[in-house]
Unconditional design. Structure first.
Lengths: 112, 246
């Protein structure tokens, strides 16, 4: 499943500059709000689900080379966070749904 | 009694998020230029550059406390302050034994340089310093206190690594809390009513020379942790206040 399909099915808002998400195929996912866990546990091309929206999220996402970050519960990154994400080629997506629901739906969609 | 203008949260080039200009002589000059005569060096999970800053400050009138900004199990940042290198060294050994087995990534996280008193490069710290140390808040406070140090949770109101955003409450084990430069004592207390009873300090969380804030004024007998603790408690005539810099 491509990131394009995930964005459509979960009705995610694209916060960073849109690119061709049909060429991005996430491999599994990781859910945590503790950056240290993500640094140790997230794999490249994972989708990372978190309700954190601060600057350090971008650094960790770039470090782990995740396919995208899904920011839940309507947490809003500041404009400088989004600018940094664009600079680092990190895709930030947003939803009002809680992490529990997002992870459940990703799992159902076969992102495992 | 002496009046100290203090900045108790200062990073050096050892912290990957700090500017490369944060070498000992620049730190000393920048602090003095702001009228600050007491600083604590608080790099992430390491005290390795403290001695070099102390040496650079010799004879300048700037007092330097040995500190560390510890990242706990709970992903909370704590300022751990000590009088000197002996206590800080004992604390470092305890932290080293519980540090995560991760290597730093200079490209994404930033370089971690250990330098001498002039700022000359000695070596890079290979371990990832911005990582959780396997110590709980309670254990950290107990160990630091046993060494004669003082723990103050850092930038408690911040979303990233702040005590309140991470845990939601402030335990009475803490004697004081630090607020960041991005707020004021009044607005921090309004945002988080649970900190009403805690003494507050404010720091610049200095990562670049221009970030020295010097918001704290201490009336104490000497630049020691014991005297700062008295000022926090307001005992024996020692006092502290946050200067309004706006």
């Amino acid at each position: 499943m491509t990131l394009q399909e995930i964005i459509a099915k979960l009705n995610l808002t694209v916060l960073t500059t849109p690119r061709d998400f049909s060429t991005v195929t996430p491999q599994g996912g990781y859910a945590s709000d503790l950056l240290s866990c993500v640094m140790a546990g997230a794999q490249p091309d994972n989708v990372w689900v978190t309700l954190q929206a601060h600057m350090n999220v971008v650094a960790v996402a770039a470090l782990r080379e995740v396919a995208a970050v899904i920011i839940t519960e309507n947490a809003q990154p500041e404009p400088d966070v989004i600018a940094k994400a664009n600079d680092q080629n990190v895709t930030l997506l947003s939803t009002s749904a809680p992490s529990y629901e997002v992870v459940g739906r990703l799992w159902e969609m076969g992102i495992r | 009694m002496f009046t100290y203008r203090a900045e108790l949260h200062v990073h050096t080039v050892l912290s990957p998020c700090a500017g490369v200009e944060m070498i000992p002589p620049v730190i000393v000059d920048a602090a003095l230029a702001k009228g600050i005569n007491l600083i604590a060096i608080t790099d992430h999970n390491s005290t390795a550059n403290v001695g070099s800053v102390m040496e650079a400050a010799k004879g300048t009138g700037l007092s330097v406390l040995a500190g560390m900004e510890l990242q706990t199990q709970e992903e909370v940042h704590l300022l751990c302050l000590f009088d000197g290198l002996e206590q800080a060294g004992a604390w470092q050994r305890s932290v080293d034994a519980r540090m995560a087995d991760l290597l730093n990534d200079e490209e994404h996280i930033g370089p971690q340089y250990i330098v001498d008193a002039t700022g000359e490069f000695i070596r890079s710290e290979p371990r990832m310093l911005i990582a959780n140390v396997d110590l709980s808040l309670e254990d950290a406070v107990a160990e630091v206190n046993a060494l004669g140090g003082l723990v103050i949770p850092a930038h408690v109101e911040r979303r990233a690594y702040g005590l309140l955003a991470t845990l939601g409450f402030a335990s009475p084990i803490f004697e004081a809390l630090e607020i960041s430069r991005h707020t004021t004592p009044a607005s921090a207390r309004k945002q988080y009513p649970q900190i009403a009873s805690f003494p507050l300090i404010q720091s610049g969380d200095v990562h670049f020379p221009e970030e020295f804030l010097g918001a704290m004024e201490f009336e104490i007998e000497a630049a020691t942790v014991a005297e700062i603790r008295k000022a926090i408690r307001g005992t024996d005539g020692r006092r502290m206040r946050i200067l309004s810099l706006k």
